[in-house]
Write a protein that binds this ligand. Structure first.
Ligand SMILES: Cc1ncc(COP(=O)(O)O)c(C=O)c1O
Length: 487
């Protein structure tokens, strides 16, 4: 293998052989472990349950039902195939006007109807993945940097850095204030970059946050906008989870702050939104990414770049019809939020029963689970050992905080919306067993008593101490293969 990579280093480009893709992270390793032993209720009931994938699978029935009622929306049905030739032939990189109009309207709806979006500013990309890379290509040169609050979405390392040559500088957020972004942390990250002679071109936010599942409040947004304006740097807001907000406080888009002129003086040319239908509609396979910039030059440049990641016209045509159905969209968004809320409550209450806390959240497809009480020591080595036990023995693929660049060991992101009710319950059962608690007849034991028991028995992991020790002692024994292709 070593020999092969040396050989490749000499015949392939620097881009092809550099390590910036980030695929050697446990975030991706977890997926590989799942792929080699995937859970199936009948065919493989002891397999790994995938809880590392932020997919929204709770509302497919609503979409399927709409499709049945609207066969004309597809050019591949008897009812719709009159449009086949025109749609299959269309190749303008501006996209179908009806698609851009429908997306702009949908973006308004997912922001509570409190803002309006201009269809002429909607630029297509291959998912938010492509949109994020496109915006960085438009704004920064190799070697420039973007500040990013951590913990952050692990694939940002690939999407924002790998091919652009841009650096990411974390703004460290801490558990002591529920991972809120503080002005002090932003200032420190910026000043440290300057001391190292790194040119900061902007700040990228994920709102609602992946992995925290929290939304940014209006004051924080305004203060970040103030900061980026003062330093004449860009503010990019990845709002891919806009409509996954299932509880108060309501989502505030950066567009809302701009639209309502809430700032005394603000240079709109420095503000850009990244969006996608992967999470809010649960359609990651459709690869619908959007760059929405308030800056005309960026819109023009991103549009030219979009030639490399256009959305197929077949998909545009279909979505234009579906998203223009206002009644359907209103019902879908309300029902999706309701189902996410229900699932989130069910899952987090299940965890609470065995004393596992999550960061209080109101959005997203995951929760930020605090397993610090289960660590042997407060180190990232311990976090990895615990992660190995969870994946190899408990058979759940969750993602360790270190892969999100979290500075404190012991946090894990666990996704809850990519499976059915039965699988969630099996996952909860495994967790209950893992912490040595049987659910039935054990209701009276409070969380504090449970923690006390763990401490008293020196038995943080009561189910399989031997396995845990083996994992700790031989980190290389992990059956997870390294570096195969990442999906
Ligand atoms: C914050 C964030 N941005 C971008 C993406 C990529 O989304 P897409 O599937 O639209 O490329 C994800 C996916 O998980 C994400 O969480």
């Amino acid at each position: 293998m070593g020999c092969e990579s040396e050989k490749n280093n000499s015949i392939l480009s620097k881009l092809a052989t550099n390590e910036e893709h980030g695929e050697n992270s446990p975030y991706f390793d977890g997926w590989k472990a799942y792929d080699s032993d995937p859970f199936h209720p009948l065919k493989n009931p002891n397999g790994v349950i995938q809880m590392g994938l932020a997919e929204n699978q709770l509302c497919f029935d609503l979409i399927e039902d709409w499709i049945k009622r609207n066969p004309k929306a597809s050019i591949c049905t008897t009812e719709g195939n009159k449009s086949f030739k025109a749609i299959a032939n269309f190749q303008d990189y501006h996209g179908l006007p009806e698609f851009r109009r429908a997306i702009a309207k949908f973006m308004e709806k997912t922001r509570g109807g409190r803002v309006s979006f201009d269809p002429d500013r909607v630029v297509m990309a291959g998912g938010a993945t492509g949109a994020n890379e496109t915006i960085i290509f438009c704004l920064a040169d190799p070697g420039d940097a973007f500040l990013v609050p951590s913990p952050y979405y692990p694939a940002f390392n690939r999407d924002l850095r790998w091919r652009t040559g841009v650096q990411l500088i974390p703004i460290h957020c801490e558990s002591s204030n529920n991972f809120k972004i503080t002005a002090q942390a932003v200032k420190e990250a910026y000043e440290n970059a300057q001391k190292s002679n790194i040119k900061v071109k902007g700040l990228i936010l994920t709102n609602p946050s992946n992995p925290l599942g929290t939304t940014l409040d209006r004051d924080t947004l305004k203060s970040l906008l103030n900061f980026t304006n003062q330093h004449n740097i860009h503010l990019v807001c990845d709002e891919i989870y806009a409509a996954t907000v299932f509880d108060t406080p309501q989502f505030v888009s950066i567009a809302e702050i701009l639209d309502h002129n809430e700032m005394n003086c603000c240079n709109k040319d420095l503000v850009h939104i990244v969006y996608s239908l992967s999470k809010d509609m649960g359609l990651p396979g459709f690869r619908i990414g959007i760059v929405y910039s308030f800056n005309d030059a960026v819109v023009n440049c991103a549009r030219k770049m979009s030639s490399f990641g256009l959305v197929s016209t077949q998909t545009q045509h279909f979505l234009a019809a579906m998203l223009s159905d206002e009644k359907f969209v209103a019902n879908f968004l309300a029902e999706s939020a309701r189902r996410l809320d229900k699932r989130h409550k069910h899952f987090t209450h299940g965890l609470e029963e065995v004393g596992i806390k999550c960061l209080k959240s109101n959005a997203g497809l995951f929760c930020w689970m605090d397993l610090r009480p289960l660590l042997r020591e407060s180190t990232f080595d311990s976090e990895m050992s615990l992660w190995r036990v969870i994946i190899n023995d408990v058979k759940l693929n969750v993602s360790p905080g270190s892969s999100f660049d979290c500075q404190e060991p012991g946090f894990f992101r666990v996704c809850f919306a990519n499976m059915d009710d039965e699988t969630v319950d099996i996952a909860l059962m495994r967790i209950w067993r893992f912490v040595g608690v049987k659910r039935s007849g054990d209701h009276e034991t409070t969380m504090m008593e449970k923690k006390h028991q763990w401490k008293k028995n020196n038995l943080r992991l009561s189910f399989s101490k031997r396995m845990y020790d083996e994992s700790v002692l031989s980190p290389l024994s992990s059956p997870i293969p390294h570096s195969p292709l990442v999906r």
